[in-house]
Design a protein around this ligand. Sequence first.
Ligand code: GN1
Ligand code: MG
Length: 341
Amino acid sequence: MNNLLQQYGLQFHNATLEIISGGLINQTWKLTLNEERFILQRINDNVFKEPQKIASNVRLLANHLKEISSDYFLVAPIKTQMGEELAYETSNGYFRLSPFVENSKTIHVVETPEQAYEAALQFGKFTQAFAGFEATQLQVTITDFHNLAFRYKQFEHALRNGNQERINECSSEIATVQSYSHLVSDYLRILNNPNFKLRVTHHDTKISNVLFDSADKGICVIDLDTVMPGYFISDVGDMMRTYLSPANEEETDFTKIEVRQDFFKAIMMGYSDAMKNELSQQEQSSFFFAGQFLIYMQALRFLTDYFNNDQYYGSKYDAHNLMRARNQLCLMQSYATLASL
Ligand code: GN1
Ligand code: MG
């Protein structure tokens, strides 16, 4: 820690470090040094093979805001004394230090439609802030991250080459996943449809990536690692996936999974309010599809990882990723009831 902080010209004595991560990939801490507070993050370079790309993206975005004199609040990393956005520590890899946004809080479960609205508004405002920026200038930090056709191929590959014992016990989950494969074709049609625009997309819109004030109003979004060119179905879809049900992907009692219609409306309204002049007619009528697309992709990813011996997500108990996949398939089923409303 000393080595790391020295790169920022900071001293570790009198410091406290508190773990705050809820994510599966990066580790996050709150660091307090004397009176000053920071967020410290270790970047998982198994997943982000070239962390410099993240730094380059954030720099491009910050420069754009400066150029257009935008007052959009982007939480950019603090630079090391060498002027780098990332600090490298020999035995632990890449780290990033950001200012702690004072008077902000994060929440981990969406409890009210107002919170869902506020979060959707913030993610919409984020993309909207870069409406005049050519998204393809951004580097792709994880190749094919939200490419559903690629995720389906990975699933098929795992079916052929994965852990045979696990595959044998999952015939029912496999059949369910295959029965939804028309969603892959729907997705491919979107890629070829000029009415769906490639924009600056966050790609990780879980609720803990939004900072709220004490009155539960959104302040800004954080965690810009997966900001890449993308489609609005990614950001809206992951909000549907993670805000609609009071029980999250870790829940093993599936009777607790439920889809709250008023939260669906709140996400749609929040996002549309921020992106009013941006979304095409066809995009506006694809909010429901966004949720299907993302829940399905996550079910595929968990099941694939189960067949691949939990290489990517890890597991805390036997069949953890199978339970996560089942959970997401159950969510898909509940989500479908919205279509008939
Ligand atoms: C990962 O690390 P975390 O929890 O923010 C994953 C997301 C998944 C999520 C599922 C880089 O995000 O795509 O939706 O797990 N991020 C990466 O919990 O793979
Ligand atoms: Mg993340």
